[in-house]
Ligand binder design. Structure first.
Ligand code: G4P
Length: 195
């Protein structure tokens, strides 16, 4: 997605060979116009997949997921990383280990919002080691829902998550695939790697 790649080049900051900071439009401040375009792109790619429910994970997955939900006309539910006061039982839970932060979170989604009747699109902001997606897949499986695929805003193609998820036979659509952050430069992979 060219608009997104241009934004990454223009506003992204390469913090190291491993980490790309995109706080100006995705992870802290959010660019609603770009998010709308991202939602439209996800909706176009998955328009024939019969999606009935979008599932994401707080916090940075929520904005792109909501825009995709708006265009597809389906609800969006986000997995919580912390227990909520009102959300205490009737939950699907899964463990998500973050290699980046070296911590494990138990994520949860109410059983009310993902059911065996659903065809789910998973959306997240970054795909790195794939642990968040694995946790969300676990929840979709527990619910007995059908999985249409995974939509990712930025995939770090030099980390293992994308390969691991695609090797399971799951459709992964990444709007930008970063192949390298070496020498302070963002290099993108060819679009069709995501197909
Ligand atoms: P994984 O889920 O793919 O295994 O990712 P990992 O454990 O490596 O990453 C944990 C958190 O760090 C996730 O956000 C992920 O989106 C984010 N992350 C990973 N690589 C990058 C990067 O290069 N740049 C940025 N900006 N973020 C990265 P999170 O903790 O769930 O945060 P949030 O959704 O609350 O913002």
């Amino acid at each position: 997605m060219q608009l997104l790649k241009d934004k990454i080049v223009q506003d992204g900051k390469v913090l190291s060979d491993q980490v790309l900071k995109v706080d100006t439009f995705l992870n802290h401040q959010i660019d609603p116009v770009l998010m709308q375009a991202i939602g439209e792109e996800f909706a176009t790619r998955f328009k024939d997949a019969g999606i009935t429910q979008i599932v994401t994970i707080e916090s940075s997955g929520i904005a792109p997921a909501m825009m995709a939900g708006l265009v597809l006309g389906v609800p969006v539910v986000f997995a919580r990383k912390r227990k909520s006061l009102t959300l205490i039982d009737h939950l699907y839970t899964a463990s998500v280990h973050s290699f980046t932060k070296n911590e494990t979170n138990e994520i949860s989604v109410s059983k009310d919002f993902v059911t065996s009747e659903d065809t789910v699109l998973l959306i997240d902001d970054f795909l790195a080691n794939g642990q968040a997606v694995l946790g969300l897949l676990d929840i979709v499986e527990q619910a007995g829902a059908k999985l249409a695929g995974v939509g990712i805003v930025i995939e770090k193609g030099f980390q293992t998550g994308g390969t691991m998820i695609r090797e399971k036979g799951i459709r992964v659509e990444s709007l930008a695939i970063v192949s390298s952050l070496e020498n302070g430069q963002v290099t993108f992979a060819e679009e069709d790697l995501s197909k």
